[in-house]
Write a protein that binds this ligand. Structure first.
Ligand code: PMP
Length: 365
């Protein structure tokens, strides 16, 4: 068996040792005589798996006690609606009709479009004109103190543009779609009202969505909203109001435990920073490759690059795949290549990609 280096933006590579553990436990989890997939979510065995996963995530991210961690379905895309449904009625009982949004890429654009179904959207920033290659200057952001919340996307997965600061929104809850940056570095959770992420990048398999929400923001949804869209439904039932995505939750737990074993977020952050820095250096040092994103705001997780001659794209992808470097094709809206280098991408994978890029450029310049 040989595993490739998979640069997919998501569903993305999972740590080999996590998959090996899941494989070893597949038919008989801990003497239970059954797979985790076959267990009742309310049974003692599964409850122990679920509880440990949450405890490990709390430790990994230093999540304060006044935050709930919800294990949901529906993807980050469902959060585009659940955020307004739950937060428009406000932390102080006041019903608000508008929310502030920072539009900095294709994903925040979708979040904006969905929010418009529920409230007035005030665009505090819009980087469309830059083709989403930069983020707004912090000093330029003028938030509405009466907004229900402020929503932004710290890392935009498609263009690979990332905030290097956490916006200061004062008393207005800050909501972050961290789908493609969660667990990439230490963050101060207490600065956020809500953090949400689809699991399929840095957490585990698709089908699980993590929501970290401050307790005072729970329980304010209008009574006529679907129960499945109310954070309270899940907060009151340990995310087991209905059947949760049990196997994805279990696998996420293995990823969290591995993160702690690796030394936690500060240790993981050092490796991620180094991986990204060397890949951007290889791009910048070469006349053959380029990356259009403002150097101050380049993503650590998603690294798009284009070849000087797009006619060579197909050959690049084919020859890279022959070397076990796969899923490098860029998003159709950007073209070229995109290397997603989440936590599970070992540094050797990045080194192998850089070596191949240099070889390919020398042969085709
Ligand atoms: N937000 C961001 C930043 C994403 O990268 C993605 C998926 N690539 C989404 C939202 C949508 O996530 P999901 O497919 O889980 O709905």
């Amino acid at each position: 068996m040989s595993r490739v280096f998979n640069f997919s933006a998501g569903p993305a590579a999972l740590p080999t040792e996590v998959l090996e553990q899941a494989q070893a436990e597949m038919l008989d989890w801990n003497g239970s005589g059954m797979s985790v997939m076959e267990m009742s979510h309310r049974g003692k065995d599964y409850m122990s798996i679920a509880t440990k996963a949450e405890a490990d995530l709390r430790e990994l991210m230093s999540i304060p006690d006044n935050y709930k961690v919800l294990f949901l379905q529906g993807g980050a895309s469902s959060q585009f609606a659940m955020v307004p449904i739950n937060l428009l009625n406000g932390r102080d009982g006041v019903k608000r009709e508008s929310a502030d949004y920072l539009l900095t890429g294709q994903w925040s654009k979708k979040a904006v479009a969905e929010a418009k179904r529920f409230c007035n959207v005030n665009l505090v920033a819009d980087t469309t004109d830059s083709k989403f290659t930069t983020v707004p200057d912090e000093a330029s952001l003028k938030f509405d103190p009466e907004a229900a919340y402020v929503h932004y996307t710290p890392n935009e997965t498609i263009v690979g543009v990332e905030f290097d600061y956490i916006p200061d929104t004062g008393d207005v809850p800050l909501v972050a779609d961290m789908s493609s940056t969660i667990l990439s570095r230490s963050i101060d959770v207490s600065k956020f009202g809500v953090i949400y992420a689809g699991a399929q990048k840095n957490i585990g398999p698709a089908g699980l969505t993590i929501v970290i929400v401050r307790e005072d923001l729970i329980g304010n949804a209008d009574a006529n909203m679907p129960v499945m869209f109310d954070y309270k439904t899940f907060a009151d039932n340990e995310s087991m109001y209905n059947t949760p995505p049990t196997y994805s939750w279990y696998l996420a737990g293995l990823v969290f435990a591995r993160g702690l074993k690796k030394g936690g977020m500060s240790a993981i952050e050092v490796v991620n920073k180094r991986k990204a820095a060397k890949l951007y250096k290889a791009i910048d040092d070469s006349a053959f490759y380029s990356n259009p994103v403002d150097v101050n705001y380049r993503s650590w997780m998603n690294v798009p690059f284009i070849l000087a001659n797009a006619d060579l794209d197909a050959a690049f992808i084919e020859q890279a795949a022959a070397k076990g470097l796969v899923t490098l094709k860029g998003h159709r809206s950007v073209g070229g290549m995109r290397a997603s280098i989440y936590n599970a991408m070992p540094e050797e994978g990045v080194d192998a990609l850089i070596a191949f890029m240099q070889e390919f450029a020398a042969a085709n310049s």
